[in-house]
Design a protein around this ligand. Structure first.
Ligand code: PGA
Length: 250
């Protein structure tokens, strides 16, 4: 039985006062832990605040991207070691917004995943197709290419990763994949992974992301191959995020 994980992706939202309120509410409700794991991925400048407020609780934290380089002349970039300095456990890699807005290729995402693992972080590898790709019938081809770029770099990285399937057409749109649509792609990902490492495929946590809300979380998390969620908009509202964590705890 795989443990469920619910990770919040705050994206470029937040502010010191608002973060404190949100994190305090989370700590009060789930700070002692439960039967599902819970984490928040916050903007870089708020890592220190997040560490201060979540330290010693059962809620983990992380960042939303990282550099593939260890250090050097890379203005504006943040390394894995810098993230672990602030107690991060997780880091998102290859979120569709990074891929589409900042031109991150499958190969760049694979390099970031390795940098994260080498730095002691757990990368959350995001995969997903656009609406055009889904309607063109090439969802599996796109997901396979995204996944294969990472497996080509070696299974050591993936062995320490979590995967998040996030159909681009469901992110921030209010349009969720049906539980069956999500399950089909999750099963595809697990089967493809099994081709390289059957044991890893069995234990891999595969999260679903894309307009997850308290209303649809339980049904999504009830599917065989869905091991939790990556939550955008709803992770900014304490009550909603907590309800989703409760749904994951079953
Ligand atoms: P959403 O975002 O929950 O707001 O759709 C999910 C994500 O982008 O990770």
């Amino acid at each position: 039985m795989r443990r469920k994980l619910v990770a919040g992706n705050w994206k470029m939202h937040g502010g010191l006062a608002r973060n404190r309120e949100l994190l305090d509410s989370l700590v009060q409700a789930i700070g002692k832990g439960g039967s599902a794991d819970c984490a928040v991925c916050v903007p870089f400048p708020y890592l220190a605040q997040t560490q201060e407020l979540l330290k010693g609780t059962a809620i983990a934290w992380g960042a939303q991207t990282l550099s593939e380089h260890g250090q050097g002349a890379y203005t504006g970039e943040v390394s894995a070691a810098m993230l672990t300095d602030f107690g991060c456990r997780y880091v998102l890699v290859g979120h569709s917004e990074r891929r589409s807005l900042y031109g991150e290729s499958n190969e760049a995402v694979a390099a970031k995943l390795l940098a994260a693992v080498q730095g002691g972080l757990t990368p959350v590898l995001c995969l997903g197709e656009t609406l055009e790709q889904r309607e063109g019938g090439i969802t599996e081809k796109i997901i396979a290419a995204q996944l294969d770029a990472v497996t080509a770099a070696g299974m050591n990285g993936l062995a320490k990763a979590v995967i998040a399937y996030e159909p681009v057409w469901a992110i921030g749109t209010g349009r969720t994949a049906t539980p069956q649509q999500a399950q089909d792609v999750h099963a595809f990902i697990r089967t493809r992974l099994a081709g390289s490492d059957a044991a890893l495929a069995q234990r891999m946590q595969i999260l679903y992301g894309g307009s997850v809300k308290p209303q649809n979380a339980a049904e999504l998390f009830g599917m065989t191959d869905i091991d939790g969620g990556l939550i955008g908009g709803a992770s900014l509202v304490a009550q909603d995020f907590l309800a989703i964590c409760t749904a994951a705890a079953g």
